[in-house]
Design a protein around this ligand. Structure first.
Ligand code: AMP
Length: 316
């Protein structure tokens, strides 16, 4: 067992209460890694109190439910945060009021906020990182059918059903090992790709209103009024983020979704050109080819699109 894994297990063993958190507006990897780790801890240490925190996500509530955490829950607890690059994004800002803090993640490790940081940016997903943690634990951490289901959800979610370039030989090995447990993998892939009619119509809207530069940088803006017209909220609109990338002449793209306070959520995506530095310039971050940020107003949107065009044009 390597030192880091040994330290993490020591820390888990030293606490009778463990809280698992993840990032705000959770995606399948955030929920899968959070609930997967909670199941692993339940299976490995049945006497410990294990709780999961954060807001419930409407459209992903089929994955699992959160506990309602009190201040008392955090007292003397070990807090483990999964899939969250930096502290402002942790869904429960009491994350630091426990006794100890561990970060488990696969985003670039710019913010080492944990007392222990188990971070592997080359892994497809935090769920893949967790599987590797279990494998290296010499049988001290155990996987059951529930945990396998959760980890598979994260793997499928963050690789876009094994489509994106973060899918490695190890990702397939982990997927193959997870499939030896009892859960309906086919159902998971189906649920993660199905959309409502309103979301399908919004996809059409995005294609109709897309700006594409000669170099292959694309941009779509979804204003609050449009969202309301389609009867969708911001989380539900997230299903359209990948749509511009379906086009063969689009190399990198940005989707702006207006929030209730009229500022914008920024979703940057790319097939090859790194775009995470652009996100960092606008209070965000993420992976080389998939990042998020925030923008104040239309002037900032224009600036971001210009930066994206420049990145695509200068990429060799
Ligand atoms: P999104 O466009 O919101 O789907 O985010 C794409 C990726 O970037 C995900 O892996 C997020 O966790 C990450 N990300 C989004 N916003 C931020 C942020 N403000 N800081 C760091 N990472 C982020």
């Amino acid at each position: 067992m390597n030192d880091q894994v040994e330290q993490i297990i020591k820390e888990i063993k030293a606490h009778y209460k463990i809280i698992v958190l993840r990032h705000q507006s959770p995606d399948p990897d955030a929920l899968g890694s959070q609930l997967g780790l909670a199941s692993i801890l339940h299976a490995s240490f049945p006497a410990k109190i294990i709780k999961v925190g954060g807001k419930n996500n409407g459209s992903l509530s089929w994955i699992g439910k959160m506990d309602q955490l009190t201040d008392e829950d955090f007292k003397d607890a070990l807090v483990i945060v999964t899939d969250t690059a930096n502290t402002p994004r942790i869904d429960d800002q009491r994350y630091n009021s426990g006794h100890s803090l561990i970060k488990i993640d696969h985003h670039p490790d710019d913010d080492h906020y944990g007392f222990l940081n188990f971070v592997f940016p080359k892994s497809s997903s935090t769920c893949e990182v967790l599987w590797n943690l279990v494998e290296q634990s010499n049988g001290q951490l155990k996987i059951n059918d529930d945990a396998a289901r959760y980890l598979y959800i994260g793997l499928v979610g963050d690789t876009g059903r094994f489509l994106y370039s973060n899918t490695s030989a190890n990702t397939f090995k982990v997927a193959a090992d997870l499939l030896t447990y009892k859960f309906n993998a086919n159902k998971i892939s189906e649920r993660l790709s199905e959309i409502t009619l309103a979301q399908g119509r919004l996809q059409g809207y995005v294609l109709d209103h897309l700006t594409i530069s000669k170099s292959g940088a694309a941009m779509a803006i979804i204003y609050l009024d449009t969202l309301r017209e389609f009867g969708l909220n911001m989380d539900q609109a997230h299903t359209i983020v990948g749509v511009p990338g379906l086009l063969n002449n689009v190399k990198a793209w940005v989707v702006f979704v207006q929030k209730r306070d009229l500022s914008f959520r920024v979703h940057l995506r790319s097939k090859e050109v790194p775009i995470n530095e652009i996100a960092k310039e606008h209070h965000g971050g993420g992976h080389n080819l998939a990042s998020g940020a925030d923008a104040e107003d239309e002037r900032e949107l224009e600036k971001i699109y210009k930066e994206l065009e420049r990145a695509v044009e200068s990429y060799k």
